[in-house]
Ligand binder design. Sequence first.
Ligand SMILES: *Cc1c(COP(=O)(O)O)cnc(C)c1O
Length: 397
Amino acid sequence: MTQEIIKKADQVIAKTYKRFPIVIAKGKGCTLWDTQGKKYTDFVAGIAVCNLGHAHPGVSKALSKQADTLFHVSNLYYTIPQVELASWLTENSFADRVFFCNSGAEANEAAIKLTRKYFKEKGESGKYRIISMEHSFHGRTMATLSATGQDKIKQGFEPVLEGFDYVPFNDISALRSKIGPSTCAVLIEPIQGEGGVRCPDPEYLKAVRQTCDEAGILLIFDEIQTGIGRTGKLFAYEHFGIAPDIMTLAKALANGLPIGAMLAREEVADAFGPGSHASTFGGTPVVTAASLEVVRVLSEENIIDHCKNIGVYFKERLSWLKDRHELIEDVRGMGLLLGMKLSMEGDQIVASCMEKGFLINCIQGNILRFIPPLIIEKQEIDALVACLDEVFNQMVR
Ligand SMILES: *Cc1c(COP(=O)(O)O)cnc(C)c1O
Protein backbone atom coordinates (compact mmCIF):
# COMPACT_ATOMS: atom_id res chain seq x y z
CA MET A 1 0.00 0.00 0.00
CA THR A 2 2.80 2.37 0.90
CA GLN A 3 4.41 2.17 -2.52
CA GLU A 4 1.04 2.70 -4.22
CA ILE A 5 0.38 5.85 -2.18
CA ILE A 6 3.80 7.23 -2.99
CA LYS A 7 3.42 6.44 -6.68
CA LYS A 8 -0.03 8.05 -6.78
CA ALA A 9 1.20 11.11 -4.89
CA ASP A 10 3.97 11.59 -7.38
CA GLN A 11 1.40 11.60 -10.17
CA VAL A 12 -1.24 13.88 -8.73
CA ILE A 13 0.34 16.25 -6.24
CA ALA A 14 2.20 19.40 -7.27
CA LYS A 15 5.92 18.78 -7.28
CA THR A 16 6.74 21.48 -4.72
CA TYR A 17 8.07 19.16 -2.01
CA LYS A 18 10.99 16.78 -1.93
CA ARG A 19 9.61 14.06 0.33
CA PHE A 20 11.07 11.13 2.20
CA PRO A 21 9.66 7.79 0.99
CA ILE A 22 7.51 7.07 4.03
CA VAL A 23 3.79 7.58 4.59
CA ILE A 24 2.97 8.73 8.10
CA ALA A 25 -0.23 7.17 9.35
CA LYS A 26 -0.61 8.17 12.99
CA GLY A 27 0.98 9.88 15.93
CA LYS A 28 0.85 10.06 19.71
CA GLY A 29 2.90 12.48 21.78
CA CYS A 30 6.42 12.52 20.34
CA THR A 31 5.96 9.28 18.40
CA LEU A 32 4.86 8.73 14.81
CA TRP A 33 4.08 5.50 12.94
CA ASP A 34 4.23 4.95 9.21
CA THR A 35 1.91 2.78 7.13
CA GLN A 36 4.27 -0.18 7.58
CA GLY A 37 4.05 0.10 11.34
CA LYS A 38 7.56 1.49 11.74
CA LYS A 39 7.90 3.80 14.74
CA TYR A 40 9.74 7.13 14.79
CA THR A 41 10.57 9.63 17.52
CA ASP A 42 9.66 12.99 16.07
CA PHE A 43 12.21 15.82 16.39
CA VAL A 44 10.52 17.84 13.65
CA ALA A 45 6.99 18.26 15.06
CA GLY A 46 5.59 19.32 11.70
CA ILE A 47 8.28 22.05 11.63
CA ALA A 48 7.80 23.51 15.09
CA VAL A 49 4.02 23.13 14.89
CA CYS A 50 2.92 20.27 17.15
CA ASN A 51 4.31 21.75 20.37
CA LEU A 52 2.02 19.65 22.57
CA GLY A 53 2.77 16.50 20.60
CA HIS A 54 0.56 14.51 18.27
CA ALA A 55 -3.06 13.61 19.00
CA HIS A 56 -3.17 15.66 22.18
CA PRO A 57 -6.33 14.42 23.94
CA GLY A 58 -7.35 17.85 25.29
CA VAL A 59 -6.94 19.58 21.94
CA SER A 60 -8.75 16.76 20.11
CA LYS A 61 -11.61 17.01 22.59
CA ALA A 62 -11.87 20.80 22.31
CA LEU A 63 -11.80 20.45 18.53
CA SER A 64 -14.49 17.80 18.29
CA LYS A 65 -16.70 19.57 20.82
CA GLN A 66 -16.55 22.76 18.77
CA ALA A 67 -16.98 20.79 15.54
CA ASP A 68 -20.24 19.40 16.91
CA THR A 69 -21.41 22.91 17.79
CA LEU A 70 -20.36 25.36 15.09
CA PHE A 71 -17.73 25.15 12.36
CA HIS A 72 -17.88 28.49 10.70
CA VAL A 73 -20.02 31.57 10.24
CA SER A 74 -17.88 34.38 8.72
CA ASN A 75 -16.43 37.42 10.38
CA LEU A 76 -19.69 39.26 9.68
CA TYR A 77 -20.62 37.98 13.16
CA TYR A 78 -18.99 37.54 16.56
CA THR A 79 -18.09 34.08 17.83
CA ILE A 80 -16.99 33.15 21.34
CA PRO A 81 -13.74 31.16 20.83
CA GLN A 82 -12.24 33.88 18.62
CA VAL A 83 -12.88 36.56 21.24
CA GLU A 84 -11.52 34.36 24.02
CA LEU A 85 -8.35 33.54 22.10
CA ALA A 86 -7.71 37.18 21.23
CA SER A 87 -8.25 38.06 24.90
CA TRP A 88 -5.74 35.45 26.00
CA LEU A 89 -3.17 36.62 23.46
CA THR A 90 -3.49 40.27 24.40
CA GLU A 91 -3.44 39.52 28.13
CA ASN A 92 -0.26 37.51 27.68
CA SER A 93 1.69 39.77 25.33
CA PHE A 94 2.56 43.41 24.66
CA ALA A 95 -0.28 43.62 22.13
CA ASP A 96 -3.76 45.15 22.35
CA ARG A 97 -5.41 43.74 19.22
CA VAL A 98 -5.27 40.59 17.10
CA PHE A 99 -6.06 39.95 13.45
CA PHE A 100 -6.63 36.25 12.71
CA CYS A 101 -5.75 34.50 9.47
CA ASN A 102 -4.66 31.02 8.38
CA SER A 103 -0.90 30.83 7.97
CA GLY A 104 2.39 32.46 8.73
CA ALA A 105 2.73 34.09 5.34
CA GLU A 106 -0.73 35.57 5.71
CA ALA A 107 0.11 36.93 9.15
CA ASN A 108 3.19 38.62 7.71
CA GLU A 109 1.12 39.97 4.81
CA ALA A 110 -1.19 41.54 7.38
CA ALA A 111 1.80 43.04 9.21
CA ILE A 112 3.20 44.51 5.99
CA LYS A 113 -0.17 45.97 5.01
CA LEU A 114 -0.79 47.35 8.50
CA THR A 115 2.61 49.05 8.54
CA ARG A 116 2.05 50.78 5.20
CA LYS A 117 -1.47 51.81 6.22
CA TYR A 118 -0.25 53.14 9.56
CA PHE A 119 2.10 55.61 7.92
CA LYS A 120 -0.48 56.56 5.25
CA GLU A 121 -2.96 57.39 8.03
CA LYS A 122 -0.31 59.48 9.75
CA GLY A 123 0.13 61.48 6.55
CA GLU A 124 3.60 60.05 5.96
CA SER A 125 2.83 58.15 2.79
CA GLY A 126 6.45 58.38 1.63
CA LYS A 127 7.33 55.87 4.34
CA TYR A 128 6.73 52.43 2.90
CA ARG A 129 10.02 50.51 2.72
CA ILE A 130 10.66 47.63 5.11
CA ILE A 131 14.11 46.46 6.12
CA SER A 132 14.46 42.73 6.68
CA MET A 133 17.44 40.49 7.30
CA GLU A 134 19.67 38.40 5.09
CA HIS A 135 18.92 34.68 5.62
CA SER A 136 15.46 35.55 6.94
CA PHE A 137 12.33 33.61 6.06
CA HIS A 138 8.91 35.21 6.06
CA GLY A 139 6.80 33.04 3.75
CA ARG A 140 6.04 32.14 0.13
CA THR A 141 3.39 34.63 -0.98
CA MET A 142 4.60 37.40 -3.28
CA ALA A 143 4.93 40.01 -0.52
CA THR A 144 6.47 37.67 2.02
CA LEU A 145 8.95 36.11 -0.39
CA SER A 146 9.90 39.66 -1.30
CA ALA A 147 10.52 40.32 2.39
CA THR A 148 12.58 37.14 2.67
CA GLY A 149 16.34 37.65 2.53
CA GLN A 150 17.18 34.50 0.55
CA ASP A 151 17.57 34.56 -3.23
CA LYS A 152 16.65 30.90 -3.68
CA ILE A 153 13.10 31.63 -2.43
CA LYS A 154 12.63 34.35 -5.08
CA GLN A 155 14.21 32.68 -8.07
CA GLY A 156 11.78 32.30 -10.95
CA PHE A 157 9.18 34.62 -9.45
CA GLU A 158 10.70 37.98 -10.32
CA PRO A 159 9.86 40.78 -10.36
CA VAL A 160 9.45 40.65 -6.60
CA LEU A 161 7.42 43.27 -4.78
CA GLU A 162 9.05 46.65 -4.47
CA GLY A 163 9.84 48.14 -1.07
CA PHE A 164 12.15 45.76 0.76
CA ASP A 165 15.77 46.28 1.75
CA TYR A 166 18.05 43.73 3.37
CA VAL A 167 20.85 43.94 5.90
CA PRO A 168 22.94 41.28 7.65
CA PHE A 169 21.44 39.89 10.88
CA ASN A 170 23.30 40.91 14.04
CA ASP A 171 24.85 43.99 12.41
CA ILE A 172 23.40 47.10 14.02
CA SER A 173 25.50 49.60 12.08
CA ALA A 174 24.41 48.05 8.75
CA LEU A 175 20.82 48.48 9.92
CA ARG A 176 21.36 52.08 10.99
CA SER A 177 22.93 53.05 7.70
CA LYS A 178 20.17 51.38 5.66
CA ILE A 179 17.36 53.39 7.27
CA GLY A 180 16.29 56.18 4.93
CA PRO A 181 13.43 58.70 4.70
CA SER A 182 11.19 56.08 3.05
CA THR A 183 11.83 53.34 5.62
CA CYS A 184 8.73 52.47 7.67
CA ALA A 185 9.72 49.35 9.61
CA VAL A 186 12.19 46.63 10.47
CA LEU A 187 10.92 43.06 10.08
CA ILE A 188 12.96 40.44 11.92
CA GLU A 189 12.82 36.96 13.43
CA PRO A 190 14.22 37.14 16.99
CA ILE A 191 15.99 33.86 16.17
CA GLN A 192 16.28 33.02 12.49
CA GLY A 193 14.64 29.63 11.99
CA GLU A 194 14.77 28.46 8.37
CA GLY A 195 17.88 30.56 7.80
CA GLY A 196 19.91 28.27 10.05
CA VAL A 197 18.89 28.71 13.72
CA ARG A 198 20.86 31.95 14.00
CA CYS A 199 20.67 33.62 17.40
CA PRO A 200 21.00 37.35 18.04
CA ASP A 201 23.95 38.71 19.99
CA PRO A 202 22.86 39.54 23.57
CA GLU A 203 22.31 43.27 23.07
CA TYR A 204 21.43 43.28 19.37
CA LEU A 205 17.61 43.24 19.54
CA LYS A 206 17.63 45.94 22.20
CA ALA A 207 19.73 48.06 19.86
CA VAL A 208 17.31 47.32 17.01
CA ARG A 209 14.43 48.50 19.20
CA GLN A 210 16.29 51.69 20.10
CA THR A 211 17.22 52.31 16.47
CA CYS A 212 13.57 51.97 15.40
CA ASP A 213 12.44 54.36 18.13
CA GLU A 214 15.02 56.97 17.17
CA ALA A 215 14.06 56.70 13.50
CA GLY A 216 10.31 56.78 14.22
CA ILE A 217 9.71 53.48 12.46
CA LEU A 218 7.94 50.29 13.55
CA LEU A 219 9.50 47.06 14.75
CA ILE A 220 7.86 43.84 13.55
CA PHE A 221 8.82 40.51 15.08
CA ASP A 222 8.10 37.41 13.04
CA GLU A 223 7.57 34.91 15.88
CA ILE A 224 5.91 32.36 13.65
CA GLN A 225 8.58 29.79 14.55
CA THR A 226 9.86 31.17 17.87
CA GLY A 227 6.46 31.86 19.45
CA ILE A 228 4.17 29.77 21.66
CA GLY A 229 6.82 28.50 24.05
CA ARG A 230 9.38 27.15 21.58
CA THR A 231 12.37 29.10 22.96
CA GLY A 232 11.56 28.59 26.65
CA LYS A 233 9.40 31.71 26.96
CA LEU A 234 5.89 32.16 25.57
CA PHE A 235 7.33 34.62 23.02
CA ALA A 236 11.02 34.95 22.19
CA TYR A 237 10.97 38.74 22.61
CA GLU A 238 10.58 38.20 26.38
CA HIS A 239 14.21 37.01 26.52
CA PHE A 240 15.52 40.37 25.37
CA GLY A 241 13.82 42.92 27.62
CA ILE A 242 12.03 44.65 24.76
CA ALA A 243 8.79 44.32 22.81
CA PRO A 244 7.96 44.88 19.14
CA ASP A 245 5.09 47.02 17.82
CA ILE A 246 3.72 44.18 15.72
CA MET A 247 4.19 40.42 16.11
CA THR A 248 3.17 37.57 13.83
CA LEU A 249 2.30 34.05 14.98
CA ALA A 250 1.23 30.86 13.25
CA LYS A 251 2.88 27.43 13.36
CA ALA A 252 2.31 26.15 16.92
CA LEU A 253 -0.63 28.36 17.82
CA ALA A 254 -3.20 25.60 17.23
CA ASN A 255 -0.86 22.57 17.45
CA GLY A 256 -1.38 21.66 13.80
CA LEU A 257 -4.61 23.28 12.71
CA PRO A 258 -4.08 26.12 10.25
CA ILE A 259 -4.01 29.48 11.99
CA GLY A 260 -2.13 32.74 11.75
CA ALA A 261 -2.31 35.84 13.88
CA MET A 262 -1.01 39.37 13.67
CA LEU A 263 -0.81 41.21 16.99
CA ALA A 264 -0.23 44.92 17.43
CA ARG A 265 -0.28 47.75 19.91
CA GLU A 266 -3.45 49.84 19.92
CA GLU A 267 -2.04 52.93 18.21
CA VAL A 268 -0.68 50.84 15.34
CA ALA A 269 -3.65 48.46 15.12
CA ASP A 270 -5.91 51.53 14.81
CA ALA A 271 -4.78 51.97 11.21
CA PHE A 272 -6.95 48.98 10.22
CA GLY A 273 -10.62 49.91 10.11
CA PRO A 274 -13.64 48.01 8.75
CA GLY A 275 -12.89 46.87 5.21
CA SER A 276 -9.11 47.39 5.42
CA HIS A 277 -8.24 43.73 5.53
CA ALA A 278 -10.04 40.40 5.89
CA SER A 279 -9.84 36.63 5.77
CA THR A 280 -12.75 34.25 5.22
CA PHE A 281 -11.44 31.57 7.56
CA GLY A 282 -9.56 33.90 9.91
CA GLY A 283 -10.30 33.01 13.53
CA THR A 284 -12.96 30.47 12.65
CA PRO A 285 -14.55 28.82 15.72
CA VAL A 286 -13.14 25.30 15.27
CA VAL A 287 -9.55 26.47 14.96
CA THR A 288 -9.70 29.09 17.70
CA ALA A 289 -11.40 26.65 20.10
CA ALA A 290 -8.52 24.21 19.55
CA SER A 291 -5.99 27.00 19.97
CA LEU A 292 -7.61 28.11 23.22
CA GLU A 293 -7.03 24.61 24.58
CA VAL A 294 -3.41 24.77 23.35
CA VAL A 295 -2.70 27.97 25.26
CA ARG A 296 -4.58 26.69 28.32
CA VAL A 297 -2.46 23.52 28.43
CA LEU A 298 0.73 25.51 27.81
CA SER A 299 0.10 27.81 30.72
CA GLU A 300 -1.49 25.39 33.20
CA GLU A 301 0.80 22.40 32.70
CA ASN A 302 4.13 24.16 33.03
CA ILE A 303 5.16 23.14 29.52
CA ILE A 304 7.22 26.23 28.78
CA ASP A 305 9.39 25.70 31.86
CA HIS A 306 9.85 22.09 30.82
CA CYS A 307 10.91 23.30 27.36
CA LYS A 308 13.43 25.69 28.87
CA ASN A 309 14.98 23.06 31.14
CA ILE A 310 14.97 20.16 28.72
CA GLY A 311 16.29 22.52 26.04
CA VAL A 312 19.35 23.26 28.18
CA TYR A 313 19.88 19.51 28.66
CA PHE A 314 19.45 18.80 24.94
CA LYS A 315 21.92 21.52 23.99
CA GLU A 316 24.46 20.12 26.46
CA ARG A 317 24.09 16.69 24.89
CA LEU A 318 24.55 18.15 21.41
CA SER A 319 27.66 19.99 22.63
CA TRP A 320 28.93 16.68 24.02
CA LEU A 321 28.55 15.27 20.50
CA LYS A 322 30.42 18.27 19.10
CA ASP A 323 33.39 17.49 21.35
CA ARG A 324 33.43 13.93 19.98
CA HIS A 325 32.98 14.59 16.26
CA GLU A 326 35.07 16.92 14.18
CA LEU A 327 32.43 17.27 11.50
CA ILE A 328 30.22 19.22 13.94
CA GLU A 329 31.16 22.90 13.66
CA ASP A 330 28.63 24.58 15.90
CA VAL A 331 25.72 23.92 18.27
CA ARG A 332 23.28 26.77 18.81
CA GLY A 333 19.74 27.84 19.60
CA MET A 334 17.43 28.41 22.54
CA GLY A 335 14.86 26.22 24.23
CA LEU A 336 13.80 23.55 21.78
CA LEU A 337 14.84 25.44 18.66
CA LEU A 338 18.31 23.96 18.29
CA GLY A 339 20.71 23.75 15.40
CA MET A 340 23.90 21.83 14.66
CA LYS A 341 26.13 23.09 11.87
CA LEU A 342 28.11 20.41 10.05
CA SER A 343 31.17 20.65 7.84
CA MET A 344 29.34 18.36 5.38
CA GLU A 345 25.91 18.06 3.78
CA GLY A 346 23.31 16.81 6.27
CA ASP A 347 21.00 14.79 3.98
CA GLN A 348 22.67 11.49 4.65
CA ILE A 349 22.59 12.03 8.41
CA VAL A 350 18.85 12.71 8.25
CA ALA A 351 18.31 9.56 6.17
CA SER A 352 20.38 7.41 8.54
CA CYS A 353 18.49 8.75 11.56
CA MET A 354 15.19 7.99 9.86
CA GLU A 355 16.38 4.45 9.18
CA LYS A 356 17.06 4.16 12.92
CA GLY A 357 13.66 5.57 13.87
CA PHE A 358 14.31 9.29 14.43
CA LEU A 359 12.94 12.17 12.40
CA ILE A 360 15.22 15.20 12.27
CA ASN A 361 15.42 18.06 9.81
CA CYS A 362 18.21 19.62 7.76
CA ILE A 363 18.17 23.24 6.60
CA GLN A 364 20.50 25.27 4.40
CA GLY A 365 22.21 22.05 3.29
CA ASN A 366 24.39 21.50 6.35
CA ILE A 367 22.50 22.56 9.47
CA LEU A 368 20.58 19.94 11.42
CA ARG A 369 17.59 21.45 13.17
CA PHE A 370 15.97 19.92 16.24
CA ILE A 371 12.45 21.18 16.92
CA PRO A 372 10.61 18.38 18.77
CA PRO A 373 7.31 18.73 20.60
CA LEU A 374 7.92 20.71 23.80
CA ILE A 375 6.87 17.66 25.82
CA ILE A 376 9.94 15.69 24.74
CA GLU A 377 11.62 13.78 27.58
CA LYS A 378 15.21 13.03 28.53
CA GLN A 379 15.10 9.38 27.43
CA GLU A 380 14.00 10.39 23.94
CA ILE A 381 16.80 12.94 23.71
CA ASP A 382 19.35 10.42 25.00
CA ALA A 383 18.19 7.90 22.41
CA LEU A 384 18.58 10.44 19.59
CA VAL A 385 22.01 11.50 20.82
CA ALA A 386 23.14 7.85 20.90
CA CYS A 387 21.79 7.43 17.37
CA LEU A 388 23.61 10.55 16.12
CA ASP A 389 26.82 9.41 17.81
CA GLU A 390 26.61 6.11 15.94
CA VAL A 391 25.72 7.78 12.64
CA PHE A 392 28.61 10.27 12.92
CA ASN A 393 31.00 7.42 13.72
CA GLN A 394 29.84 5.59 10.59
CA MET A 395 30.28 8.76 8.50
CA VAL A 396 33.94 8.98 9.36
CA ARG A 397 34.58 5.35 8.43
C1 LIG B 1 7.13 28.96 8.70
C2 LIG B 1 7.45 30.39 8.76
C3 LIG B 1 6.75 31.34 7.98
C4 LIG B 1 5.70 30.95 6.96
O1 LIG B 1 4.61 30.32 7.52
P1 LIG B 1 3.55 29.56 6.58
O2 LIG B 1 2.48 29.13 7.54
O3 LIG B 1 4.25 28.42 5.94
O4 LIG B 1 3.08 30.55 5.59
C5 LIG B 1 7.08 32.66 8.15
N1 LIG B 1 8.02 33.06 9.02
C6 LIG B 1 8.70 32.18 9.77
C7 LIG B 1 9.73 32.68 10.73
C8 LIG B 1 8.46 30.82 9.67
O5 LIG B 1 9.16 29.95 10.38
